[in-house]
Design a protein around this ligand. Structure first.
Ligand code: S3P
Length: 167
């Protein structure tokens, strides 16, 4: 596999789990932009947002995209906000096929309501916050090469669909 498989989508859409499974089945390297950011900063995403702010995190994320988009045959699991910078998507598309894992705000909310590590959802009304961000970002996610339905609790459907497209 020459091209990268790039996964984008909202927090909780299943990118990391699907990326790991694709990596196993294709025997390909898996890279998470969030994990790389944490390793570089020696801090969690939450701490980076808190101590340095979102703008700093976005710059770091873009620098990471610049590097990882040069990889070949790699599964790239992107943070949910990667699409906020136009250049990121352009770079990722240059060497990869971009898949948008689409899930509704309600499904996302049910999946992540008990999690505490996502700084953008630490709001008094997380579902409202998800709906608003989801609406803002949908036109950006829609720029992916393919949209994959990721509403089901099982990752098997999306994994098989991506593998078939990559054949
Ligand atoms: C973000 C998504 C997170 C992480 C950060 C910001 C976003 O990644 O990069 O909290 O703006 O949607 P996941 O999508 O992997 O949760």
């Amino acid at each position: 596999m020459e091209k990268n498989i790039v996964l984008i989508g909202f927090m909780g859409s299943g990118k990391s789990m699907i990326a790991r499974e694709l990596g196993k089945r294709l025997k390909a390297k898996v890279i998470s932009t969030d994990l790389l950011a944490e390793a570089r900063e020696k801090a969690t995403i939450h701490e980076i947002f808190r101590s340095k702010g979102e703008a700093y995190f976005r710059d770091l994320e873009s620098a990471i995209i610049k590097e990882v988009s040069l990889c070949k045959g790699t599964i790239i699991d992107c943070g949910g906000g990667v699409v906020l910078c136009k250049e990121n998507l352009k770079l990722l598309k240059a060497n990869g096929i971009v898949f948008y894992l689409q899930a509704t705000p309600q499904v996302i909310y049910e999946r992540i309501k008990h999690e505490t590590h996502r700084p953008l959802l630490k709001a008094s009304d997380p579902l409202g916050c998800i709906k608003e961000l989801h609406q803002q970002r949908t036109p950006l996610y829609d720029q992916a090469d393919f949209t994959i339905d990721a509403n089901d609790a099982s990752i098997e459907g999306p994994v098989v669909e991506i593998l078939n497209i990559m054949k």
